[in-house]
Design a protein around this ligand. Sequence first.
Ligand code: COA
Ligand code: ZN
Length: 315
Amino acid sequence: MQVPERVTICEVGTRDGFQIEPDFIPTEQKIEVVNALSEAGVPRIEVTSFVHPKVVPQLRDAEAVMAAIRRRPGTRYAALVPNDKGASRAVDAGVDAIHTVLSASESHNLANVNMTIAESIDKLRAVAQIARRAGVPMQCGVSTSFGCPFEGDVPLDRLEDIVARLVDLGARGIGLADTTGMANPRQVATVLERLTPRFPGIEWTLHTHDTRAMAIPNILAALEYGVTNLDASIGGLGGCPFAPGASGNVCTEDLVHCLHAMGIATGIDLDRLVAVSRRVEQIIGRALPGQIIKAGPSTRRYPVPDTVAGRLPRG
Ligand code: COA
Ligand code: ZN
């Protein structure tokens, strides 16, 4: 199996996850989680989003969170923005990178950001200028890249056209997002086979949701096609408030465990990450879908039962 030696994980739980929690998570607890993720060695964190506070009230404290987190050298702190207003707020808050959002399907884009795709691209041109002036990289995420909960299939020609526009306006990276877990590994391979050779020098990120238990299979397909940047959410938090049926992202600790078991480095301390996940469960008051938090790593060993111990062949 052809896989990279190292991948870069971007933790998105404090954005993609906290944005849909029914209760507002107190600002201090958001800061505590970001700091704990940093201390676990997570190289990239999408801390929050600078969107309309009435549309996503759970993240209305974006400025306060950005201002108070402890920045670990070696971690890149980004935020999600939909438009120029969000980009200015993010730059003023001192983000290290801007992650933009638009969808590959018109209906999801309208539901999510109240704009047509063409209107979004116009706004993202202004975002690109703000990012350039501030000297921060811009990574453009494309929601519903692998299918839309309203429209179904998203034609690959349309996805390619959107990516071309984003690259034209200055995207350094492109994030292909499977917003409601509709992708399958063969489709991921087909999409990457088409797009990656056409846009050399672009850093590709796969953003997965485990809605149908296909996140890790999809990631494995992407690794074989050279993708080395993956989004994931602590505990498997996550979901889009404007996409019916959306559920959590691939669980960060489960993904890190899988990668480490395959000999792929992440720079992340798995034990610490599991501790963060336990703390997030306490904060939100319910169990999360992650498996490793329950099963322990595959290196875990149990004592041999007494009934078996005396019967083991020697040597
Ligand atoms: N942050 C704060 N306020 C913003 C804003 C931003 N990023 N963008 C726009 N606004 C304000 C404007 O200043 C304006 O304020 P005013 O009425 O006081 O003048 C008001 O919102 C309306 O501006 P408009 O450009 O018409 O925005 P809209 O109402 O069409 O909303 C978005 C568009 C993109 C701001 C909104 O749909 C949004 O925040 N969506 C985010 C969805 C999201 O986070 N989804 C999950 C992640 S994928
Ligand atoms: Zn998402």
